[in-house]
Design a protein around this ligand. Structure first.
Ligand SMILES: [Zn+2]
Length: 296
């Protein structure tokens, strides 16, 4: 299957799974994903309101903070974003997706295209190429990013972070006000930092460990059972000091099939299968330190 056919197929699959049209506005896709997420992690999300937010529907600081990102999740985002929610059902996971291509990412794309075209003897200016850019992110991009961010939310839910923050939120009005102020300040600081940053920040290795890869492998299997053959977005691989995601999936064996009806809380309580644990690669500095020890 060609790359274009495979993208079109995935687009149709997401559209059918979420019950929206293939060119539905990002806000509509987000609302549908809020319901869909409960099919992927029913036990872990039970009782929690879930918010999926298109960055273009929020104040400008969110787009500035997200200009190099596809999306993000932070267990405390609710405290700042709650005033912008169309329906506020109380504290819960917030998944953000950057539904418009930022100018910076568009420039990276067209600069790459310009170089490739120049090799073929075709000379195009950056401004000419920018006219072909699709600024609106398609449904498959939105859903892949939301699935990735859902993986982060699940890890925080399993670790009790949401339970703990909810207790603070419900019982301590002063702490709640402080959390809101802190989150507002973090967002403003992020927006300022990202605006002055010339290129994408380095990968967040700590947030994308093997535990997260395990969650994503289970989510990918559950997606396939719901009719979506999507490739996990930005997971595993050398940039996170792990083997390639496909190799991690093989190493996990039949675990996603075996535990499809289990909560992520009970799955993550199990030790890693040994082959899967071996998917963790050493960082360059750790490998260098081992080599130095061996020589000593
Ligand atoms: Zn991530």
């Amino acid at each position: 299957m060609s790359q274009l056919a495979s993208i079109n197929r995935e687009r149709d699959q997401w559209s059918a799974a979420l019950g929206v049209s293939v060119d539905a506005p990002a806000v509509e896709v987000c609302q549908a994903f809020e319901q869909f997420a409960h099919k992927l992690a029913p036990q872990d999300l039970a009782g929690w309101p879930m918010y999926c937010l298109a960055v273009s529907s929020l104040p400008d600081d969110y787009a500035k903070a997200a200009r190099f990102r596809g999306g993000w999740h932070n267990a405390r985002s609710y405290f700042s974003v709650s005033r912008h929610l169309p329906r506020d059902a109380g504290y819960g996971p917030c998944l953000f997706v950057n539904d418009l291509l930022s100018h910076e990412l568009a420039l990276q794309l067209v600069t790459g295209a310009q170089t490739a075209l120049a090799r073929r003897g075709e000379i195009e200016t950056i401004d000419e190429l920018l006219q072909y850019v699709q600024w609106r992110r398609p449904i498959e991009f939105l859903c892949r990013v939301l699935t990735h961010e859902l993986g982060h939310a699940i890890e925080y839910l399993v670790d009790g972070e949401f339970e703990c923050m909810k207790a603070v939120h419900d019982r301590l009005p002063i702490a709640r006000a402080n959390l809101t102020r802190n989150q507002d300040a973090y967002l403003a600081a992020d927006a300022a930092t990202e605006t002055s940053r010339p290129e994408p920040p380095p990968p967040q290795v700590d947030a994308h460990g093997l535990r997260f890869t395990r969650i994503m492998a289970h989510l990918q299997y559950r997606l396939s059972m719901l009719g979506v053959d999507a490739v996990a977005h930005d997971v595993a691989g050398e940039r996170f000091n792990q083997r390639h995601f496909a190799a991690c999936e093989v190493a996990l064996g039949n675990e996603p099939y075996k535990y499809i009806d289990q909560s992520f809380e009970s799955i993550l309580a199990l030790p890693f299968p040994p082959e899967f644990a071996a998917c963790q690669l050493k960082t360059r500095s750790a490998a260098d330190a081992d080599a130095a020890l061996a020589r000593a």
